[in-house]
Design a protein around this ligand. Structure first.
Ligand code: TRP
Length: 336
């Protein structure tokens, strides 16, 4: 039986951190034998609100590629490609835009939130508002059925499904395929920043990066937010919103020991420093091979670019086939 097709991607706006790792990278690596996987660096989507800052996107394109290879995505198994190198995606976007109303675009809750956060007001770039349609092109170009994403991307998958249904019904042909979101396991949630804030982000300076050195990791772990009322070791401590324990839930595989520690912490008598040291050991062990692999690839940037180039060629051929079918269905392949 043919493997199901998986597609996902990241905007290259910064290096990837352990939140990305837990939320999706690890899953992608584990699934690379199971699915026919396409992993896309969404540089064009990143440019929708960075048009005046292309340098940032260019730099982070290689950073993200290095992070991908470092976590163990294997170019022999998955196609890693760069969105902007596939003009077919842009033509698909144009065709789909005719099937989507402005009102519908403005209703997308994730986009709505981003517009508010980024304070666009009247200077909202049109390209930003329509990026979910371009995302529909990314997904449908490969006829992907599996799209591993975080909760915030559910509206994009919904919008993609709507476009697929409209297209197939208007042009009376089952050309496009409806995708499904593959969400992170329940309870795994989003990893908060080391300061306990809801989200790891570069601007908040609260992330642990896959490329961080051992002492940077240690410093960040030792400065992590815990229970502010757990002052003396003897005091009983709280586990709710205690970032160190949230991270242990995500990274510690010895669940029995972790339960014992939680019990001890709640009862009192277990100090923050001890728990942080334990977390540090676990993180160091998990991140060391990743960092080492990254350092090896950093020495061969040309080879990394070659991987992206080859992947983009492979991906482009697939997207071109879908685009041809789309043009056939619309009836605009006039000069065959
Ligand atoms: N919007 C996604 C993000 O911000 C990135 C992305 C672009 C994507 N195109 C995609 C994800 C297609 C899944 C499928 O992370």
């Amino acid at each position: 039986m043919a493997k199901e097709i998986l597609l996902t991607g990241d905007r290259p706006t910064g290096k990837l951190h352990i939140g990305h790792y837990i939320g999706s990278l690890k899953n992608r690596v584990q699934r690379q034998d199971q699915y026919n996987s396409f992993i896309m660096i969404a540089d064009q989507q990143a440019l929708t609100d960075n048009a005046r800052n292309p340098e940032k996107i260019r730099i982070n394109l290689t950073e993200v590629a290095l992070d991908y290879l470092a976590v163990g995505l294997d170019p022999a198994k998955v196609t890693i490609f760069v969105q902007s190198q596939l003009p077919e995606l842009n033509e698909l976007t144009m065709h789909y835009l005719n099937l989507v109303t402005l009102a519908r675009l403005k209703r997308n809750p994730t986009v709505k939130n981003e517009i508010k956060e980024k304070n666009f007001n009247e200077s909202l770039p049109a390209g930003f508002l329509i990026y979910p349609v371009s995302q529909a092109a990314d997904i449908t170009a490969f006829k992907a059925t599996v799209v591993p994403v975080g909760d915030d991307q559910i509206p994009m998958i919904e919008q993609t499904k709507e476009i697929v249904r409209s297209f197939n019904s208007i042009y009376e042909k089952e050309v496009l395929v409806e995708p499904n979101a593959l969400l992170p396991e329940k309870g795994s949630g989003r990893l908060p920043g080391i300061d306990g804030k809801a989200k790891m982000s570069k601007s908040l300076n609260n992330a642990i990066y896959l490329s961080d050195s051992p002492d940077v990791i240690q410093k960040k772990v030792m400065s992590m937010y815990t229970d502010p009322n757990h002052i003396r070791v003897e005091d009983p401590g709280k586990l709710e919103n205690n970032t160190v324990f949230t991270y242990l839930d995500a990274f510690c595989s010895d669940k029995v020991k972790l339960e014992e520690m939680k019990e001890h912490y709640r009862r009192g008598g277990l100090g923050d420093v001890k728990v942080k040291r334990y977390l540090n050991d676990i993180l160091q062990a998990e991140l060391e091979p990743i960092r080492n692999r990254r350092i090896e690839y950093e020495k061969q940037i040309d080879f990394v670019l070659e991987i992206l180039k080859k992947g983009s060629q492979t991906a482009r051929a697939v997207a071109a086939e879908t685009l041809f079918e789309v043009r056939e269905a619309i009836g605009i392949n006039y000069f065959k």
